[in-house]
Design a protein around this ligand. Structure first.
Ligand SMILES: [Fe+2]
Length: 471
């Protein structure tokens, strides 16, 4: 019946299609996948898509490849490990290091003086070039993958702000970035690691402290000392400043300073109570500049959409934040970001992209089940037989970054000058109207890495010849 009608009206087929659109789609569907007939486009039935289980991960080989054989064991035992000099390839390149520190100062200059208490955070910076590099580094991702008990490797970098603590600032906040009741109930966040890359030489007074072995004692502490005593005011982050007192330390584990040097990567189990050492009330304010980058890696389910912390949205949400260089509306643990994040991208933020399949996947600009991503992931996470291939991937990534970083920085600098005119950071510095924060005498006078207990500094002085105008 339909067929004869169509045959009779072939001359007016456009009108027929318009009048009876359902006749021209599979099962009469109006949109949806059925509409596209793609099932009929391939000669053979398609194989099952790649999943996280398709990869063969050699945990021991990965630790040896990117850190030391002991780091995995230290992390398991104490809840924290430190990969020394992990970012030497960035910070020992004087030009890249200078670009990074200048950019920190630019964001610091643009931070609203009316912003809520910053406790050392640059709460206007979500996609600086340094942060984008931190979000995409494939060796960083490989180490976090093998740190996770579930070995989930579809991990997205959640964009969040960076740390720039100055002398005199209180930075103390003892906490766990977990909803502990959800963690106890359904293990939410149990496989997550928190990480940071330090850019300055820290001291025991200016660093992150972590409860030694805290991932093994948190449950007992919370049940016996918090829930049993009705002290539970749990949210997606659990504040510990008043709960984890000295007697608790004696019972459940000491808070110890994790002193990092420039380029050290710290990996800490999410269930470890931690914080910064300089106290909030000013009784022991920070003594020196401390700059830190974090990439909050969040795991994804095999549906390639659901995140292990559902409050953060899904793959599409994170992908869009990176694509558009937007701030996140949540904190990494799932709270609403009440620190007044900017409503729009920073006008001078520049996309730093095209660094390879894994870097793309980390920021949601390529799917994790893409064959190119899978191939690189298998090499980076595989056994000894993949070592040469893994080395090549890392070398190519680093060379690519080195080749482009300064040019991207210059693009960002030009954009900032054009966007802000007389309010531009670079203009203000050039015209002597603003002293970059790192160059103020109380911040080390431009010496890096600055050690306030010594007159001179370490082996590498990138700031001594720092001149913004030639960058
Ligand atoms: Fe934290």
């Amino acid at each position: 019946m339909r067929l004869s009608y169509v045959l009779e009206n072939l001359g007016n087929i456009i009108i027929v299609k318009k009048d009876y659109p359902d006749w021209f789609t599979i099962s009469g569907g109006k949109g949806g996948d059925n509409h596209y007939l793609y099932e009929l486009s391939y000669r053979f039935e398609n194989p099952q898509p790649l999943t996280q289980a398709s990869l063969k991960i050699d945990v021991e080989a990965v630790w040896k490849r990117f850190a030391s054989g002991q780091d995995g064991e230290i992390l398991e035992r104490t809840g924290t490990t430190k990969i020394v000099s992990f970012w030497d390839w960035v910070l020992k390149d004087p030009k890249m290091a200078r670009c990074i520190f200048i950019e920190f100062d630019m964001y610091q200059y643009h931070l609203s003086i009316g912003a809520s208490e910053a406790i050392g955070w640059l709460r206007n910076s979500y996609h600086s070039l340094a942060q984008q590099l931190c979000y995409q580094d494939p060796a960083y991702w490989a180490l976090v993958t093998v740190s996770r008990p579930d070995l989930r490797w579809w991990l997205l970098s959640f964009p969040y702000y960076q740390k720039y603590a100055l002398p005199g600032q209180g930075t103390y906040f003892s906490h766990v970035d977990l909803n502990i009741n959800e963690w106890l109930k359904c293990c939410r966040g149990a496989n997550r690691m928190q990480t940071s890359i330090s850019l300055d030489q820290e001291t025991a007074e200016d660093c992150t402290f972590c409860v030694e072995g805290g991932h093994k004692t948190l449950e007992a502490f919370w049940r016996n000392e918090v829930i049993a005593k009705n002290l539970d005011k749990n949210g997606n982050t659990a504040k510990m400043s008043d709960l984890y007192t000295k007697p608790m330390e004696d019972k459940y584990g000491k808070s110890i300073p994790i002193v990092c040097g420039p380029g050290d990567l710290r990996i800490t189990n999410q269930a470890v109570i931690h914080g910064a050492t300089a106290t909030k009330n000013g009784s022991a304010p920070g003594k020196k500049v401390r700059r830190v980058l974090n990439a909050w890696l969040v795991g994804m389910d095999d549906d390639h959409n659901t995140l292990e912390i559902p409050q953060l949205g899904n793959w599409e949400t994170i992908s869009r934040l990176h694509r558009d260089l937007l701030p996140s509306k949540h904190t990494p643990s799932g709270n609403i970001n009440y620190h007044h994040p900017p409503k729009q991208r920073f006008p001078a933020a520049i996309e730093f992209r095209g660094l390879g399949p894994i870097p793309d996947a980390r920021i949601g600009q390529r799917r994790w089940d893409s064959p190119a991503v899978f191939e690189d992931a298998q090499a980076l996470l595989g056994g000894e037989e993949y070592s040469a291939q893994a080395e090549q991937i890392i070398a190519t990534f680093r060379q690519n970054v080195r080749n482009r970083y300064v040019a991207e920085f210059q693009k960002m600098r030009r954009t900032e000058i054009n966007a802000y005119g007389t309010n531009s950071y670079f203009k203000a510095v050039r015209e002597g109207r603003w002293i970059p924060t790192r160059k103020r005498l109380d911040n080390g006078g431009g010496v890096w890495p600055w050690n306030p207990t010594r007159k001179r500094h370490g082996d590498f002085d990138i700031e001594a010849t720092d001149d913004v105008s030639d960058m």
